[in-house]
Design a protein around this ligand. Structure first.
Ligand code: T5A
Length: 209
């Protein structure tokens, strides 16, 4: 049984990652690929319990170090219980955020060294990386507007952070994309949803059977 492919979607708030994860899975299934959609933080029962700790409460509830450890612990459970078994069974996994979110939010924007984030990932998740990562890009204001419309004004601990924080996250993602161009593909997410899905599929043409 050939191993499945592991795809991640990354980007700032409201970029359309969840929308595209669903659309991509549907498009891949039409092409005969057995695709499963999952998300972070969360994706397994243990990681979903940690998700509630991470997203609820005051913005300053956790220190940057504690927060980084919680994300790494959630990911370790998610990888062990859901992602690796699916890949080993030949299924494709589409993950709405993965380790690059920790590198951008807790790392670059939160002040934790990238080397420390990657060391935790090496220990917790045996360094598993996606075969391809789609970075959905759009102006910060447009993403914030989309997320606010969807959430009707309610925001979690991360969305509540200031525009400087979100700008640092966006810059970090751009930097990762430039440094790891083998794995990353940048996608213009300001287009209509169907055009974004088509752009992602075009960047997957070499992997789809
Ligand atoms: N986090 C996460 C960390 O700090 N470190 C980590 O390691 C990880 C994994 C997670 C938070 O945790 C942080 C990052 C996040 O702040 P979450 O609730 O899971 O929070 O939500 P996010 O992943 O942040 O999801 P977003 O709020 O950013 O939204 P999406 O998934 O990017 O966007 P989506 O698909 O929900 O779309 C938003 C709205 O826009 C519409 C949709 O219908 C929806 O209403 N839309 C479009 N409208 C017009 N044109 C398009 N192309 C559209 N695409 C979607």
């Amino acid at each position: 049984m050939p191993r499945g492919r592991f795809l991640s979607l990354e980007g700032g708030e409201g970029a359309g990652k969840s929308t595209q994860a669903r659309a991509l899975a549907a498009a891949l299934r039409q092409r005969g690929v057995d695709a499963v959609v999952t998300r972070e933080p969360g994706g397994s029962p243990g990681a979903e319990a940690i998700r509630a700790l991470l997203l609820e409460g005051e913005p300053g509830r956790w220190s940057a170090r504690a927060e980084t450890l919680l994300f790494a612990a959630a990911r370790a459970d998610h990888v062990e219980k859901v992602i690796r078994p699916a890949l080993d069974a030949g299924r494709w996994v589409i993950c709405d955020r993965f380790v690059d979110s920790t590198r951008a939010y807790q790392g670059v924007a939160g002040g934790i060294d990238d080397a420390d984030v990657l060391a935790l990932h090496a220990f917790g998740s045996e360094g598993l990386l996606p075969d391809r990562t789609f970075l959905l890009t759009l102006p910060l204001a447009l993403g914030a507007e989309r997320a606010a419309r969807r959430d009707r004004g309610e925001s979690d601990r991360f969305a509540a952070r200031g525009s400087d924080f979100h700008a640092a996250v966006a810059t970090a993602f751009e930097r990762f994309g430039a440094a790891e161009s083998e794995r990353f593909r940048s996608i213009d997410a300001s287009q209509p949803p169907e055009a974004v899905t088509a752009a992602i599929l075009a960047e997957l043409a070499d992997l789809v059977p």
